[in-house]
Design a protein around this ligand. Sequence first.
Ligand SMILES: Cc1ncc(COP(=O)(O)O)c(C=O)c1O
Length: 479
Amino acid sequence: MNSPFELSKEEMKTYGYKIIDLIVEHYETIDSQKPVTSASRAQMDHLFLQEAPNESMPAGKVLDFVMENVIPHSNLTTHPKSFSFVPGPSNFISTLADTLATGFNIFSGGWIVSPAAAELEIVTMNWLLKMFNFPVQKGGGIFTSGGSMANLTALVTARRIKCGDDFSKAIIYLSDQAHSSNIKAIRVLGFKKEQIRIIPTDLEFKIGFNKLKNAIAKDRLEGNQPFCIIATAGTTNTGTVDPLDDIADICEKENLWMHVDGAYGGAAILSKKGSKILRGIERADSLTVDPHKWFFQPYEIGCLLVKDSSWLSNTFSEKPEYLRDIEGNESEINFYDYGIQLTRRFRALKFYMSIKTYGLDAFKKAVTYNIDLAEETEEMLRKSKNWEVISPATLAVINYRYNPIGMHLSEPELDKLNQEISARVTKSKEALLVTTILQNQVVLRMCLINPSTTFDHIKETFSQCHEFAKEILAEWKVV
Ligand SMILES: Cc1ncc(COP(=O)(O)O)c(C=O)c1O
């Protein structure tokens, strides 16, 4: 019997070229599209809910249905006015590299199965190690699905190396601005609430260093085992970088593991300003960076770097009998020995092909542009009578709120006003601009890591916000 999944060469070509055309069209027209979409569960159920069909349907018809119903109901995180969360600017070369990796279904777990895939992961990892001033010979790393998995992989490793099998008294420290994926990872690891110390941040949203030192000292006195500090290099809320050198000093003194979560902010190392702000990052034991954020890769690619690759193999290596034939020698890395996944997609390919094609200078230029753009936005806001900067432009993130001089709105009114501005902008679908909370204030936040975002895009969104603000205040009869 022929495989029921076979298509003729002509059918495959027609189908494939149609998809390529659709992707190219998407890239070409993104600026004229709207970044935001919304739909209720009931609407989506109405469109899609059905039993798995037993009968076949022409491939083109399924594709048309998807293009009409699935794609338009997805926000465009690559859009230049997609300002919220951490956008995913992506790039065309990596998009097709991913297609290539999937097309050949390359297994990126063991050396013997795909030596070139393993070698490209080694090579690209070396590029990253060098970028962050980690030792290239001794150091190592692994690509993961994203930052959350990289943080989890780091914390498993930290605990294994620092605590071995007994972690009943182990204590881990992180700030109240650390990303939620760290708490998730700590929970996955089975730590109890009593083993986690969430350290309040200071007025600049950096981990309160004195409070951190006090907490460690107190834990020692109580007979606990401090073992790891998670520092953030680019908090999601404000782009703030914790005092990395100070944290490295205390880790050295106290024999603690230093993990740096640089999922979005780490890429700033590519710019002069960013590398200054990130000083001390090279002293981390482990570092998360997320190429599907500010290294402009499509989802999913995260990365964990470590100072000593044997920490990963000592933590994750298992030698089951059914893998004995593909073990190879020590220099031929089996990436299934470096992390949780056995079967892995070929993530290194997109990173490799995009850097080879565009050149690292293009990435440096883009990151530098993004940092400057956020600073230019801050300057514009500082000159305005209507806007108040709540946290200054840092690593391309800026937080602000509408608070016109002389209007003397109360804090609850300001919260309500800014929440409503965000809701109306999002409802217009022209830009994705959501709020966050900083020091108990509702603020608007922009994460400007898309190199196709221009200052005009930003100004357009601010004037839209201003118009909505006037409309809301008029409705409230404040003006
Ligand atoms: C600082 C930080 N760490 C970790 C993550 C989680 O990364 P991912 O969404 O790729 O799992 C994020 C995501 O925004 C982040 O900003």
